[in-house]
Design a binder for this molecule. Sequence first.
Ligand code: FES
Ligand code: FE2
Length: 361
Amino acid sequence: MTYADQIKTVKDYVRLPFLYDHWYVAGFKDEFDRTPKARTLLERSLVFYRSEAGELLVFQNRCLHRSFPLSESKLEGDELVCRYHGIRYDTEGAVTRVPCQAHVPNRKLRKYPVKEVGPFVFIWMGEADDPRKEEKFVKLPFLEDPSFRTVSDVVELKSNYLLMQENLNDLTHFSYLHRDSFGIDDSFLDNERVIEKTPEGIHCKHIAYFDGPAAAQLPPDVHPMLEGQKLEKWDGGTAVSPGIFKGYAPVFYTDKDGKRAALESFVMHYLTPETRSTSHYWWSISNNYAIENDEYYAAVKQFANVGFEEDLWACENMQNLLDNDRIEFEEMVIAGDQAGMLFRKVMLDWVQTEHGAGPAD
Ligand code: FES
Ligand SMILES: [Fe+2]
């Protein structure tokens, strides 16, 4: 049976195999230091630590001898020394010494490539020498662009990561799940909804118009520039990889030369499975306006977390039913599902590229 035949409901969809040949976020840069730290990503336990020169190193978290967790071990200089019987590993993961024997086996821990960008560590979960690795890296230049200001946070999600990817691909839930917190009502559903294929993937956006900057909830810093203008705001985004949803929420205005210009806003969601039913969920919002306004960015962070808590609550409740309710059912598909259904197809393509058409019966 192919994977395509198996996806009838979300319950089948969350059982799809994990996708290792992609980049995911592994953590915040400042979480990792000279103390080895364990983190499970895509059902693999990994150990993270920094070399004396500050390079971040990531290996499988199991000693090659008896599976002792290396995260419970010690660094001596740049060598990781297993706390159980003292086997030592260098910064490439190669064994350099085995106590009680002169012979040093030619064995290595699996090492995972990482990149540090903005506040985040990105990790490649595939084979380290995979030639597609660089081209698959999702570039997010605004995370390091000094004309942007970024706020970020992390929450632990007690559901499969794909439930949240579906949530992000579907903006129609704004009017109900976020009605009280964001003050959005049914009128949001009357906005023009555009779904298009871009080089990054399936992009779904809602377009709304506001009379002036206050109506668009923009900070006072930009009001003088925008007063009296009709502003166009997009809310939308694209799943650019299995674990990265790139939200895009610009506000378009007319600049002093009469040209269309944008206040940029990237609302990023980084979903990294931990297990089948738990996920790490980092997020960041990067805007290129009001960047000196600390109060505004504190409010943005607080506001975002309130909304994300509602999404978490929804996904965790659905996961609970998927785990415990045995009834067989067919999902009803509605018009608002269009972007979500297209995302399922993209997901299926990624699964088939990595795992083939499907498991043998
Ligand atoms: S388990 Fe690590 S040296 Fe024995
Ligand atoms: Fe939401």
